[in-house]
Each structure stands twice: as C-alpha cells, then as structure tokens.
Design a protein around this ligand. Structure first.
Ligand code: SF4
Length: 407
C-alpha cells in the first residue's frame, strides 16, 4: 500500500512556502497526500511561535494525534518542524528542546527547517499564483519578536536562483508571484558582503552598519558581469544595511508573462526611494503595499526597537503616494505592548486615521520567550484592555462599514 503524508501548517506565508517544499520531498519518496490528518501515515506539523496561542495549538494537536494513534495505529510518524524547532536549535541552554520533548512525547522527529532548504522544488498548491521565498531569518531584533530566535539571522537566496525560479514559473503559466522574506526589502545584505555563512555574520556587526566610506567600496556582480551598487536607506542618521531588493524586484518585473508581483513583509526602514521608483515605473508591481507600523506612538516604537518614528513613517507614506498614484496600504499593529498607555494607544489611532489603511492585521501583544521585551519589560496591559484596544482599531480599519471609506 502506498504510504501517505499530511502537512499541517501554522503561521505565515513563509511557513506555507516551506510546507510546499516539504510536500515535494515526501512526493519524491513515492508518498502521496492523505485526505485527512487522521488517515495519514506521516504527519508533519509546521509550527509558528509568533503568539502563544499558535504554540498552544501545536501542543493540543500533537496530544490529539497521540490519542488517534493509540486508537487506530496511525499516524505512524509525527514530525514537528518550523519555528518551534528553530527556537530549540538556537537555544544553547537546551531548555526549550527539553520543554517541547516533555510536552510532546508522541513526536518522533524534530526536523530543522534548514534541512529542507531552498533547493527542494516546492509542490505548489495554486496554479497561477506562486510563493517565492527570497530570504530567511531576520537581523532586526524588534523587542517583541521571536523570529530572529526561531529562524536565525537573515540569509538571502542567490540572486540568479530567484530570477531562474521566476522565469520557470512564467514558462509554466504562473502569472502572479509573491516574494517572501521576514524583512523582504533588506534582501541581499549578506550577498553584498560576500558572506553566506550564518556564523560568520554573527561576528561582523560592522558589516551591517558600515560607515559611508566603506559602503561605497561594496557592490554586487551578477553572473552576467553587471555590477549593481547596494541601496542604503538612511534612518535616524545611520545607514541601514545594504539591500539589493529594488534590483531583484525590477528584474522579476521584466520576466515575460508575470502579470503581478507583490512582496511580504517589507519594513519601513528599508523602503528606499529607489524601491519607490522601481514600483512606480513597473505597472506589474503591486499597488497594495503592506507596510507594518506596529504602533503610532514614538515611545512605544522605541521600546519595540523599531527604527522609525511616526513622523518618518508618515513621510514615507507621503513619498510613496506622491510617486505611485492609486497606491493603498495595509499594515500590522500590535496593541497592548508592554507599558502601552491610553495616550500611546491614542497616538496609534491618530496615525491610523491619518494614513487610512485599507486593511490591518491587528494582534494582541503576546509575551514570547527569548525576546528582549520578555527579559526587560512587563506584559502589564491586561487582556481585557488589549481586547478593547483591538476592537477599536478593528472597527476603524477592518469593519465592512469603514472599508469603503478608506483610500
Ligand atoms: S523585522 Fe519583522 S521579523 Fe524581524 S524582528 Fe522585526 S517584526 Fe520580527
């Protein structure tokens, strides 16, 4: 009998893309997708740790599967991968691995997502739209965010691999591409510095904050011989890491047959004028830009270690609007971050009104292990208050009545 597999994916689009590659690895072993999780021989759970709730659901699912296994003999194998395993790998104390082993004794294998790698072709689930990961990990260490601890430092896929994949997709009929990265528009910092090694990157802080004289010496040569200069974005009087994203985006926009390209998740501090120009002159690049703001209060942004102020964020919105007619914005907002006062929350409401987002992913702050916020601040806004603030913003941005009125 042909063995079957089932992949349960939690979390973001990056996890969805990773699951497509895991599916292909199973298919190449001669296994086929099961019609349900309960009937599969192998179950893979691709986990998310962005909020405590997502983590708790994984524990619950594994427990339920262990009961099914006792009753029916299936699944034969339970594999856990994704962010929880990434966190366990990077926690040198070994405490997190011990914890997840204790809480999920039925798991047969903890699979680091790095072992799946970018090289496995994905088994795509859609026929005209494709997710294309261009980088993995993040170097930013926003104080609330667990990603740098679960996915590690940012590593970019080779430039020509990404272009090659997009050309191949176009040839096979794909029309829409979503480029994925935790900090998608900082793509290429490691390529520019010629360092693809995560351990080396850790020791080279200087690489990320070069002095302007050093930055001029860097550059990136494509296999075609074309040399491209990295793009720096200056914020708060310091230069951000070099990015190749505008070039990559434009090269993909020129791939014949690709009708729409979008990208997730971009960060305000790497949104250069060059990137704005590239979007404005290529009509097949999205006019719906996702630009996470997280808070409209400067003091909260500072506590979050976000490198912009509400004024910088709004002036970026204005610059984009000036150059790209009909652009619209969506965002991510966290309510109830450590110490968020009513006044600070009201600053967020004011920014929301000023920008007029057409959509927002609003989340209640969730204290996550390893993060600076977990270590330094107190998760002191009570759940009821977080919920109240969430509802206010939800009504302002996402309620059907409001939706038609924002630009
Ligand atoms: S930039 Fe995004 S992924 Fe990176 S630490 Fe900040 S919130 Fe997390």
């Amino acid at each position: 009998m042909q063995k079957t597999y089932f992949i349960k994916t939690f979390g973001c689009a990056q996890n969805v893309a990773d699951s497509e590659r895991i599916a292909n690895a199973y298919e190449s072993k001669g296994m086929k997708k099961a019609s349900s999780i309960e009937s599969a021989h192998h179950v893979v759970i691709n986990t998310c740790m962005i909020r405590e709730k997502a983590e708790t659901r994984v524990y619950g699912l594994v427990h339920n599967l262990s009961l099914v296994r006792k009753r029916e003999g299936l699944p034969e194998k339970i594999v856990v991968t994704g962010c929880m395993v990434g966190m366990a790998l990077r926690d040198s104390s070994g405490k997190f691995l011990k914890l997840i082993r204790q809480r999920m004794p039925a798991v047969d294998e903890f699979l680091p997502i790095e072992e799946v790698g970018f090289d496995h072709a994905p088994l795509r689930t859609e026929i005209t739209h494709a997710w294309v990961p261009i980088s993995n990990g993040c170097n930013n260490f926003c104080t609330f965010c667990v990603v740098p601890f679960t996915r590690g430092r940012e590593i970019s896929r080779p430039y020509t691999d990404v272009i090659g994949e997009c050309e191949q997709l176009a040839k096979t009929g794909y029309k829409k591409i979503t480029l994925l990265g935790m900090n998608v528009n900082s793509y290429g910092a490691d390529l520019v510095s010629g360092l693809g090694n995560i351990h080396v990157l850790r020791d080279l802080e200087k690489t990320y904050f070069p002095k302007s004289s050093e930055s001029k010496k860097t550059g990136f040569v494509l296999p075609s011989g074309k040399k491209i200069e990295p793009v720096f974005v200056k914020h708060l009087n310091r230069l951000r890491i070099p990015t190749l994203f505008p070039y990559l985006l434009e090269d993909i926009a020129h791939v014949r047959g690709i009708e729409l390209i979008d990208f997730l998740s971009s960060n305000p501090w790497d949104f250069s004028d060059k990137l704005i120009d590239v979007i404005s002159r290529n009509p097949n690049i999205t006019r719906s830009i996702h630009l996470p703001v997280q808070s409209g209060s400067n003091s909260v942004l500072k506590r979050m270690n976000r490198w912009y102020t509400k004024e910088i964020y709004f002036s970026l919105i204005e610059r984009i609007r000036t150059k790209i007619p009909h652009v619209r914005f969506s965002t991510d907002i966290i309510v109830g971050f450590c110490g968020e006062t009513e006044e600070e929350f009201e600053d967020t409401c004011k920014l929301v009104q000023k920008v007029g987002f057409y959509k927002a992913y609003i989340s209640l702050y969730s204290d996550r292990p390893q993060t600076a916020a977990h270590k330094v601040f107190h998760d002191d806004v009570v759940h009821k208050e977080k919920k109240r603030r969430w509802l206010i913003l939800e009504k302002m941005i996402n309620s059907p009545r409001q939706k038609g009125s924002v630009h």
